[in-house]
Design a protein around this ligand. Structure first.
Ligand code: 13P
Ligand code: SF4
Length: 314
């Protein structure tokens, strides 16, 4: 079967069944092409709540994204084409750890990045994504009348959020990070900037501070895409400091512009665990429980509160 035939088969199966396919920008371009909706973490959470009105949602993203969709849609079946697609960053913060931080800082609100488990979200006061973290910490600090916030698990997003919001952040833990983004160094950036001196540098806030400091723009995947869309006709070259899937999206959407990956290793192997054959398998086995991500209702009820607060605040 050719790639096109496989994509056509998937669209046919999807239309014959009550299914919505959601995909994150880090998916391969052939998956992005067959998705009903594409987005960043915040956008996909909104779509999961408002637009995915089908009995089944196939989520081409990592586990925490499917869990968020499950929390927001307890009556629906959320399927991960490859159930092993997880985000290693989430492992930096456990429910036990967040409880300890809350005991140590009892009047300080706990903000958790959506790249966390449902159990951790259930212990937090509000969630955030990379596109709204600054807004969220400001609002929750005001709500709690505190002078600082707890924030985890990404120490780089925490650092970025503290720098922009000027609100003191206690990191939960000190060293949480994304293996894909945090591996890029200032030297890597200097090298690529030297190679493409006219290019604008766009990076994700999960990058380390020294890399962020050299960037022209810092934002979530959707915000980076918007930045390219809004660029002037003179801005024709971009260095992209995030996962390669977003660069592929940009190259398709803006064929007249040039995009260079900040570092050749910016590939999230967990996001890439899905492929078209696995999506087809999920469509053919919608009731296969081994593919379903179902957050237990007790946890889901608790985790829904900080997720809904995030959606309300952003
Ligand atoms: P976005 O919220 O920008 O989509 O990022 C998700 C993510 O996992 C970044 O590594
Ligand atoms: Fe997690 Fe990093 Fe992959 Fe994003 S890019 S899903 S933070 S491992």
């Amino acid at each position: 079967m050719t790639l096109n035939q496989l994509q056509e088969e998937i669209v046919k199966l999807k239309n014959q069944n009550d299914v919505t396919i959601l995909a994150h920008y880090y998916q391969s371009i052939e998956i992005q092409e067959i998705a009903d909706y594409l987005g960043d973490s915040l956008g996909l959470s909104r779509i999961a709540r408002q637009k995915a009105n089908t009995e089944y949602i196939i989520f081409a993203g990592v586990n925490f994204m499917a869990e968020t969709a499950s929390i927001l849609n307890q009556d629906k079946h959320i399927l991960l084409p490859n159930p092993e697609s997880c985000c290693p960053m989430a492992a930096f913060l456990t429910p036990e750890k967040i409880k300890k931080y809350k005991q140590k800082y009892p009047r300080i609100p706990a903000v958790t990045y959506v790249n966390s488990t449902a159990e951790v979200k259930a212990e937090s006061d509000v969630c955030c994504t990379s596109s709204n973290s600054v807004k969220i910490v400001k609002k929750i600090k005001d709500e709690f009348n505190s002078n600082s916030v707890l924030f985890g698990p990404d120490a780089n997003l925490a650092d970025y959020t503290e720098q922009i919001s000027k609100i003191k952040i206690v990191k939960m833990p000190e060293n949480g990070h994304c293996i894909v983004h945090s591996q890029v160094t200032l030297d890597d950036m200097k090298k690529i900037k030297k190679k493409y001196p006219k290019a604008l540098v766009l990076v994700h806030p999960e990058c380390v501070r020294k890399v962020r400091e050299i960037a022209d723009f810092i934002g979530s995947t959707a915000q980076m895409l918007d930045r390219v869309r809004d660029s002037s006709s003179e801005d024709n070259e971009f260095i992209i400091g995030t996962e390669v899937g977003l660069l592929e999206r940009m190259a398709q959407d803006f064929p007249d512009k040039e995009f260079y990956l900040a570092h050749e290793k910016m590939i999230c192997y967990n996001m890439k665990k899905h492929d078209l054959n696995l999506i087809k398998r999920a469509l053919e086995n919608l009731d296969d429980k081994s593919l379903e991500v179902k957050v237990p209702s007790e946890i889901a009820k608790k985790a829904l509160i900080p997720i809904e607060k995030m959606l309300e605040y952003s």
